[in-house]
Ligand binder design. Structure first.
Ligand code: DI6
Ligand code: FE
Length: 405
Protein backbone atom coordinates (compact mmCIF):
# COMPACT_ATOMS: atom_id res chain seq x y z
CA UNK A 1 0.00 0.00 0.00
CA UNK A 2 1.12 3.52 -0.74
CA UNK A 3 2.14 5.71 2.16
CA UNK A 4 0.13 8.88 2.53
CA UNK A 5 2.56 11.57 3.48
CA UNK A 6 1.11 14.77 4.87
CA UNK A 7 4.18 16.57 3.62
CA UNK A 8 2.67 16.46 0.11
CA UNK A 9 0.90 19.74 -0.58
CA UNK A 10 -1.11 20.55 -3.66
CA UNK A 11 -2.07 23.95 -5.03
CA UNK A 12 -4.85 23.77 -7.61
CA UNK A 13 -5.93 26.08 -10.39
CA UNK A 14 -3.20 28.65 -9.97
CA UNK A 15 -1.90 31.00 -12.65
CA UNK A 16 1.84 30.44 -12.65
CA UNK A 17 4.60 32.94 -13.35
CA UNK A 18 7.53 30.53 -13.46
CA UNK A 19 10.31 33.10 -13.04
CA UNK A 20 10.56 33.99 -16.72
CA UNK A 21 7.01 34.05 -18.07
CA UNK A 22 3.39 33.27 -17.31
CA UNK A 23 2.38 29.72 -18.20
CA UNK A 24 -0.44 29.40 -20.73
CA UNK A 25 -3.07 27.75 -18.59
CA UNK A 26 -4.07 27.27 -14.96
CA UNK A 27 -1.79 24.78 -13.23
CA UNK A 28 -1.62 22.41 -10.31
CA UNK A 29 1.56 22.55 -8.26
CA UNK A 30 2.68 19.71 -6.02
CA UNK A 31 5.27 20.28 -3.30
CA UNK A 32 7.00 17.51 -1.43
CA UNK A 33 10.09 17.41 0.78
CA UNK A 34 10.93 21.04 0.16
CA UNK A 35 10.86 20.64 -3.61
CA UNK A 36 8.44 21.15 -6.45
CA UNK A 37 7.42 17.58 -7.21
CA UNK A 38 4.82 18.22 -9.91
CA UNK A 39 3.53 20.96 -12.19
CA UNK A 40 0.77 20.18 -14.65
CA UNK A 41 -2.29 21.81 -16.22
CA UNK A 42 -5.21 21.67 -13.84
CA UNK A 43 -7.43 20.60 -16.75
CA UNK A 44 -5.52 17.29 -16.62
CA UNK A 45 -5.82 16.55 -12.90
CA UNK A 46 -3.56 13.62 -12.14
CA UNK A 47 -5.04 11.50 -9.32
CA UNK A 48 -1.99 9.28 -9.02
CA UNK A 49 0.52 12.05 -8.65
CA UNK A 50 -1.57 13.93 -6.14
CA UNK A 51 -2.57 10.93 -4.07
CA UNK A 52 -2.15 11.65 -0.43
CA UNK A 53 -1.56 15.32 -1.04
CA UNK A 54 -3.26 17.90 1.13
CA UNK A 55 -4.90 20.73 -0.75
CA UNK A 56 -2.93 23.77 0.33
CA UNK A 57 -4.61 26.39 -1.82
CA UNK A 58 -6.75 27.05 -4.84
CA UNK A 59 -6.81 29.90 -7.35
CA UNK A 60 -4.74 33.05 -7.41
CA UNK A 61 -1.32 33.67 -8.90
CA UNK A 62 1.76 31.71 -7.92
CA UNK A 63 5.24 33.13 -8.40
CA UNK A 64 8.63 32.02 -7.14
CA UNK A 65 9.46 33.54 -3.77
CA UNK A 66 10.84 36.99 -4.51
CA UNK A 67 14.60 37.50 -4.44
CA UNK A 68 15.82 40.92 -3.28
CA UNK A 69 19.42 40.75 -4.48
CA UNK A 70 20.65 44.16 -3.25
CA UNK A 71 19.82 45.60 0.17
CA UNK A 72 21.48 47.60 2.93
CA UNK A 73 18.87 46.41 5.41
CA UNK A 74 21.09 46.39 8.50
CA UNK A 75 21.82 49.87 9.81
CA UNK A 76 20.96 52.16 12.71
CA UNK A 77 19.48 55.64 12.70
CA UNK A 78 17.50 57.32 9.98
CA UNK A 79 18.10 60.11 7.51
CA UNK A 80 14.74 61.84 7.33
CA UNK A 81 16.53 65.14 8.00
CA UNK A 82 18.61 64.74 4.86
CA UNK A 83 15.47 63.99 2.93
CA UNK A 84 14.25 67.42 4.01
CA UNK A 85 17.58 69.02 3.06
CA UNK A 86 17.35 67.50 -0.39
CA UNK A 87 13.85 68.92 -0.74
CA UNK A 88 15.42 72.30 -0.04
CA UNK A 89 17.76 71.77 -2.96
CA UNK A 90 20.93 70.32 -1.42
CA UNK A 91 22.27 67.46 -3.54
CA UNK A 92 23.05 63.93 -2.32
CA UNK A 93 26.71 64.48 -3.24
CA UNK A 94 26.93 67.79 -1.35
CA UNK A 95 25.40 66.19 1.74
CA UNK A 96 27.93 63.36 1.46
CA UNK A 97 30.86 65.74 1.07
CA UNK A 98 29.72 67.61 4.20
CA UNK A 99 29.92 64.53 6.39
CA UNK A 100 26.30 63.48 6.07
CA UNK A 101 24.98 60.78 3.84
CA UNK A 102 26.51 57.38 4.28
CA UNK A 103 28.79 58.69 7.06
CA UNK A 104 25.85 59.71 9.24
CA UNK A 105 24.56 56.13 9.07
CA UNK A 106 28.09 54.97 9.87
CA UNK A 107 28.10 57.02 13.09
CA UNK A 108 24.77 55.54 14.18
CA UNK A 109 25.71 52.00 13.19
CA UNK A 110 29.07 52.12 14.99
CA UNK A 111 27.30 53.24 18.16
CA UNK A 112 24.78 50.40 17.99
CA UNK A 113 25.21 46.96 19.56
CA UNK A 114 24.39 43.78 17.67
CA UNK A 115 21.10 43.57 19.55
CA UNK A 116 20.29 47.22 18.73
CA UNK A 117 20.91 46.49 15.07
CA UNK A 118 18.74 43.39 15.15
CA UNK A 119 15.90 45.34 16.74
CA UNK A 120 16.26 48.09 14.13
CA UNK A 121 16.50 45.73 11.17
CA UNK A 122 13.86 43.09 11.91
CA UNK A 123 10.86 45.32 11.11
CA UNK A 124 12.42 46.07 7.72
CA UNK A 125 13.01 42.37 7.11
CA UNK A 126 9.42 41.61 8.13
CA UNK A 127 8.15 44.18 5.64
CA UNK A 128 10.07 42.43 2.87
CA UNK A 129 8.76 39.02 3.91
CA UNK A 130 5.17 40.27 4.01
CA UNK A 131 5.61 41.37 0.41
CA UNK A 132 6.86 37.99 -0.76
CA UNK A 133 10.64 37.89 -0.29
CA UNK A 134 12.12 34.46 0.44
CA UNK A 135 15.78 35.25 -0.36
CA UNK A 136 17.66 38.49 0.12
CA UNK A 137 21.15 39.85 0.12
CA UNK A 138 22.30 42.14 2.92
CA UNK A 139 25.41 44.30 2.65
CA UNK A 140 27.63 45.70 5.33
CA UNK A 141 29.14 49.12 4.61
CA UNK A 142 27.99 51.29 7.51
CA UNK A 143 30.69 50.07 9.90
CA UNK A 144 33.91 50.81 8.00
CA UNK A 145 36.13 49.34 10.71
CA UNK A 146 36.98 45.66 10.83
CA UNK A 147 34.97 45.16 14.02
CA UNK A 148 31.94 47.17 12.87
CA UNK A 149 31.78 45.57 9.43
CA UNK A 150 31.91 42.11 11.01
CA UNK A 151 29.24 43.21 13.49
CA UNK A 152 26.93 44.15 10.61
CA UNK A 153 27.54 40.87 8.83
CA UNK A 154 26.90 38.90 12.02
CA UNK A 155 23.61 40.75 12.45
CA UNK A 156 22.68 39.96 8.85
CA UNK A 157 23.32 36.27 9.47
CA UNK A 158 21.44 36.35 12.79
CA UNK A 159 18.28 38.02 11.47
CA UNK A 160 18.27 35.39 8.72
CA UNK A 161 18.13 32.73 11.43
CA UNK A 162 15.30 34.52 13.27
CA UNK A 163 12.97 34.33 10.27
CA UNK A 164 12.14 31.74 7.59
CA UNK A 165 14.24 33.37 4.89
CA UNK A 166 17.56 32.85 3.13
CA UNK A 167 20.08 35.66 3.67
CA UNK A 168 23.25 36.11 1.65
CA UNK A 169 25.79 38.52 3.03
CA UNK A 170 28.08 40.89 1.17
CA UNK A 171 31.05 42.73 2.64
CA UNK A 172 30.87 46.34 1.42
CA UNK A 173 33.87 47.71 3.31
CA UNK A 174 34.65 49.94 0.31
CA UNK A 175 31.36 51.84 0.59
CA UNK A 176 32.68 55.20 1.80
CA UNK A 177 35.91 56.59 3.18
CA UNK A 178 35.59 56.80 6.97
CA UNK A 179 36.56 60.23 8.39
CA UNK A 180 39.57 58.85 10.28
CA UNK A 181 41.10 57.93 6.91
CA UNK A 182 40.50 61.33 5.27
CA UNK A 183 43.19 61.89 2.64
CA UNK A 184 44.39 58.28 3.01
CA UNK A 185 41.99 56.37 0.80
CA UNK A 186 44.64 53.91 -0.37
CA UNK A 187 45.45 53.04 3.23
CA UNK A 188 41.78 52.41 3.88
CA UNK A 189 41.59 50.16 0.83
CA UNK A 190 44.55 48.25 2.28
CA UNK A 191 42.58 47.78 5.49
CA UNK A 192 39.66 46.39 3.46
CA UNK A 193 41.91 44.05 1.45
CA UNK A 194 44.38 42.94 4.11
CA UNK A 195 42.21 42.84 7.22
CA UNK A 196 38.47 43.11 6.62
CA UNK A 197 38.19 40.53 3.85
CA UNK A 198 40.40 37.94 5.58
CA UNK A 199 38.58 38.46 8.90
CA UNK A 200 35.16 38.07 7.28
CA UNK A 201 36.34 34.94 5.50
CA UNK A 202 37.82 33.48 8.69
CA UNK A 203 34.45 33.83 10.44
CA UNK A 204 32.49 32.66 7.41
CA UNK A 205 30.54 35.90 7.44
CA UNK A 206 30.63 36.98 3.79
CA UNK A 207 29.36 35.35 0.62
CA UNK A 208 30.51 38.19 -1.63
CA UNK A 209 32.41 41.47 -1.72
CA UNK A 210 31.03 44.73 -3.10
CA UNK A 211 32.49 48.20 -3.75
CA UNK A 212 31.12 51.67 -4.45
CA UNK A 213 33.00 52.78 -7.58
CA UNK A 214 32.23 56.49 -7.79
CA UNK A 215 33.77 59.95 -7.56
CA UNK A 216 32.42 60.35 -4.01
CA UNK A 217 33.65 56.88 -3.06
CA UNK A 218 36.44 54.72 -4.58
CA UNK A 219 38.31 54.90 -7.88
CA UNK A 220 38.42 52.01 -10.36
CA UNK A 221 42.06 51.34 -9.38
CA UNK A 222 41.06 51.11 -5.71
CA UNK A 223 38.09 48.89 -6.53
CA UNK A 224 40.34 46.64 -8.55
CA UNK A 225 42.51 46.03 -5.49
CA UNK A 226 39.39 44.98 -3.57
CA UNK A 227 38.36 42.64 -6.40
CA UNK A 228 41.80 41.05 -6.38
CA UNK A 229 41.61 40.44 -2.65
CA UNK A 230 38.08 39.01 -3.01
CA UNK A 231 39.21 36.74 -5.80
CA UNK A 232 42.21 35.60 -3.76
CA UNK A 233 39.84 34.61 -0.94
CA UNK A 234 37.32 32.92 -3.22
CA UNK A 235 34.51 35.40 -2.63
CA UNK A 236 32.01 36.42 -5.28
CA UNK A 237 32.27 39.97 -6.62
CA UNK A 238 29.64 42.68 -7.00
CA UNK A 239 29.88 46.41 -7.69
CA UNK A 240 27.92 49.62 -7.22
CA UNK A 241 28.91 51.20 -10.51
CA UNK A 242 27.90 53.96 -12.89
CA UNK A 243 25.31 55.29 -10.43
CA UNK A 244 26.25 58.97 -10.60
CA UNK A 245 28.88 59.01 -13.35
CA UNK A 246 30.61 56.69 -15.80
CA UNK A 247 33.97 55.49 -14.44
CA UNK A 248 33.98 52.11 -16.15
CA UNK A 249 33.36 50.26 -12.89
CA UNK A 250 30.93 47.79 -14.46
CA UNK A 251 33.38 46.72 -17.17
CA UNK A 252 36.08 46.38 -14.53
CA UNK A 253 33.81 44.23 -12.37
CA UNK A 254 32.90 42.14 -15.42
CA UNK A 255 36.59 41.54 -16.10
CA UNK A 256 36.77 40.02 -12.62
CA UNK A 257 33.80 37.78 -13.35
CA UNK A 258 31.44 39.76 -11.13
CA UNK A 259 28.02 38.29 -10.41
CA UNK A 260 26.48 41.71 -10.92
CA UNK A 261 27.00 45.40 -11.56
CA UNK A 262 24.35 47.44 -9.81
CA UNK A 263 22.66 50.84 -10.44
CA UNK A 264 24.37 51.40 -13.87
CA UNK A 265 22.40 54.48 -14.91
CA UNK A 266 25.52 55.90 -16.62
CA UNK A 267 26.64 52.60 -18.19
CA UNK A 268 27.77 52.90 -21.83
CA UNK A 269 27.72 50.39 -24.67
CA UNK A 270 31.26 49.14 -24.03
CA UNK A 271 30.25 48.41 -20.44
CA UNK A 272 27.11 46.59 -21.54
CA UNK A 273 29.18 44.48 -23.93
CA UNK A 274 31.70 43.63 -21.21
CA UNK A 275 28.87 42.52 -18.93
CA UNK A 276 27.30 40.41 -21.67
CA UNK A 277 30.60 38.66 -22.32
CA UNK A 278 31.20 37.94 -18.64
CA UNK A 279 27.63 36.89 -17.83
CA UNK A 280 27.42 39.69 -15.27
CA UNK A 281 23.85 40.52 -14.25
CA UNK A 282 22.61 44.12 -14.46
CA UNK A 283 20.91 44.97 -11.16
CA UNK A 284 18.44 47.82 -11.62
CA UNK A 285 17.58 49.85 -8.53
CA UNK A 286 14.63 52.06 -9.39
CA UNK A 287 14.08 53.04 -5.75
CA UNK A 288 17.35 55.00 -5.62
CA UNK A 289 16.65 56.49 -9.05
CA UNK A 290 13.25 57.62 -7.80
CA UNK A 291 14.42 59.03 -4.46
CA UNK A 292 17.38 60.89 -6.00
CA UNK A 293 15.15 62.13 -8.83
CA UNK A 294 17.84 60.88 -11.19
CA UNK A 295 17.18 61.67 -14.84
CA UNK A 296 19.83 59.52 -16.51
CA UNK A 297 18.08 56.24 -17.38
CA UNK A 298 19.97 52.93 -17.33
CA UNK A 299 20.61 51.68 -20.89
CA UNK A 300 17.68 49.24 -20.94
CA UNK A 301 17.56 48.91 -24.74
CA UNK A 302 21.27 48.08 -24.91
CA UNK A 303 20.95 45.57 -22.08
CA UNK A 304 18.12 43.90 -23.97
CA UNK A 305 20.04 44.01 -27.22
CA UNK A 306 23.12 42.31 -25.75
CA UNK A 307 21.04 39.87 -23.70
CA UNK A 308 22.31 41.01 -20.31
CA UNK A 309 19.94 39.62 -17.65
CA UNK A 310 18.27 42.43 -15.70
CA UNK A 311 17.54 41.95 -12.01
CA UNK A 312 15.43 44.41 -10.01
CA UNK A 313 16.10 45.01 -6.31
CA UNK A 314 15.08 47.36 -3.52
CA UNK A 315 18.50 48.80 -2.55
CA UNK A 316 16.71 49.23 0.80
CA UNK A 317 18.93 51.76 2.59
CA UNK A 318 18.45 54.83 4.78
CA UNK A 319 19.78 57.34 2.25
CA UNK A 320 18.70 56.71 -1.30
CA UNK A 321 16.00 54.05 -1.06
CA UNK A 322 14.24 53.83 2.31
CA UNK A 323 11.73 51.46 0.78
CA UNK A 324 11.02 47.90 1.88
CA UNK A 325 8.40 46.91 -0.65
CA UNK A 326 9.63 44.74 -3.50
CA UNK A 327 6.39 44.89 -5.48
CA UNK A 328 6.72 48.69 -5.53
CA UNK A 329 10.16 48.14 -7.11
CA UNK A 330 8.49 46.11 -9.84
CA UNK A 331 6.10 49.00 -10.40
CA UNK A 332 8.92 51.57 -10.48
CA UNK A 333 10.98 49.40 -12.83
CA UNK A 334 8.05 49.57 -15.25
CA UNK A 335 7.00 53.18 -14.79
CA UNK A 336 10.51 54.69 -14.60
CA UNK A 337 12.67 52.28 -16.63
CA UNK A 338 9.96 51.03 -19.02
CA UNK A 339 10.52 47.38 -18.24
CA UNK A 340 7.56 45.17 -19.07
CA UNK A 341 5.82 43.60 -16.06
CA UNK A 342 7.20 40.26 -17.24
CA UNK A 343 10.76 41.64 -17.23
CA UNK A 344 10.28 43.27 -13.83
CA UNK A 345 9.01 40.03 -12.28
CA UNK A 346 11.79 37.98 -13.90
CA UNK A 347 14.15 40.59 -12.44
CA UNK A 348 12.84 39.92 -8.95
CA UNK A 349 12.96 36.15 -9.31
CA UNK A 350 15.15 34.33 -11.86
CA UNK A 351 17.63 37.12 -12.54
CA UNK A 352 17.75 38.28 -8.92
CA UNK A 353 18.76 34.74 -7.95
CA UNK A 354 21.40 34.67 -10.66
CA UNK A 355 22.81 37.98 -9.34
CA UNK A 356 23.40 36.09 -6.09
CA UNK A 357 24.98 33.09 -7.78
CA UNK A 358 21.95 30.90 -6.97
CA UNK A 359 20.57 29.90 -10.38
CA UNK A 360 18.26 27.19 -8.98
CA UNK A 361 16.25 29.76 -7.03
CA UNK A 362 13.71 32.18 -8.41
CA UNK A 363 12.09 29.51 -10.60
CA UNK A 364 9.05 27.30 -10.49
CA UNK A 365 10.36 24.11 -12.01
CA UNK A 366 9.93 20.43 -11.18
CA UNK A 367 12.80 19.27 -9.02
CA UNK A 368 13.65 22.79 -7.91
CA UNK A 369 13.33 24.22 -4.41
CA UNK A 370 9.82 25.17 -3.27
CA UNK A 371 10.13 28.87 -2.41
CA UNK A 372 6.77 30.17 -3.55
CA UNK A 373 4.28 33.00 -3.18
CA UNK A 374 0.56 32.74 -3.71
CA UNK A 375 -1.02 36.12 -4.41
CA UNK A 376 -4.64 37.23 -4.32
CA UNK A 377 -4.66 38.56 -7.88
CA UNK A 378 -5.83 37.32 -11.27
CA UNK A 379 -2.66 37.71 -13.32
CA UNK A 380 1.04 38.23 -12.61
CA UNK A 381 1.22 41.67 -14.25
CA UNK A 382 -0.94 43.05 -11.43
CA UNK A 383 2.06 42.79 -9.09
CA UNK A 384 3.81 45.47 -11.15
CA UNK A 385 0.68 47.36 -12.14
CA UNK A 386 -0.91 48.10 -8.77
CA UNK A 387 0.85 49.32 -5.64
CA UNK A 388 -0.98 47.59 -2.85
CA UNK A 389 0.19 45.87 0.31
CA UNK A 390 -1.52 42.76 1.60
CA UNK A 391 -1.95 40.77 -1.59
CA UNK A 392 0.27 37.91 -0.42
CA UNK A 393 -1.98 34.99 0.59
CA UNK A 394 0.69 32.41 1.33
CA UNK A 395 4.45 32.36 1.43
CA UNK A 396 6.19 29.01 1.09
CA UNK A 397 9.82 28.71 2.15
CA UNK A 398 11.69 25.45 1.57
CA UNK A 399 8.37 23.67 1.05
CA UNK A 400 6.75 24.91 4.26
CA UNK A 401 3.96 27.46 4.43
CA UNK A 402 5.53 30.15 6.58
CA UNK A 403 2.91 32.83 6.17
CA UNK A 404 -0.78 32.47 5.50
CA UNK A 405 -3.45 35.10 5.63
N1 DI6 B 1 24.69 53.66 -3.48
C1 DI6 B 1 23.49 53.80 -2.92
O1 DI6 B 1 22.50 54.13 -3.49
C2 DI6 B 1 23.59 53.44 -1.51
N2 DI6 B 1 24.95 53.07 -1.39
C3 DI6 B 1 25.54 53.22 -2.54
O2 DI6 B 1 26.72 52.95 -2.72
C4 DI6 B 1 23.29 54.63 -0.67
C5 DI6 B 1 23.68 54.40 0.73
C6 DI6 B 1 23.34 55.58 1.61
O3 DI6 B 1 23.10 56.70 1.15
O4 DI6 B 1 23.30 55.33 2.83
FE1 FE C 1 23.24 49.93 -2.78
Amino acid sequence: MRMHSTSKQLWRDVQVFDGLAQLDEAMNVLVEDGCIAGLWPSSAFDEALAQGAVEAGRGGVMTPGLVDCHTHLVHAGDRAGEFEQRLEGVSYETIARNGGGIISSVRATRAASEDDLIAASLPRLDALLADGVTTLEIKSGYGLTVADELKMLRVARRIGELRPVRVLTTLLGAHALPPEYAGRADDYVSLVCDEMIPAAVAEGLADAVDVFCEGIAFSPAQCERVFQAAQHHGLAIKAHAEQLSNLGGSALAARYGALSADHIEYLDEAGVRAMAEAGTVAVLLPGAFHVLRETQLPPIELLRHYGVPMAVASDANPGTSPICMPTLMANLACTLFRLTPREALAGMTTHGARALGLPDLGRIAVGGPADLCLWDIQQPAELAYAVQAGRLRQRVFNGAITYAR
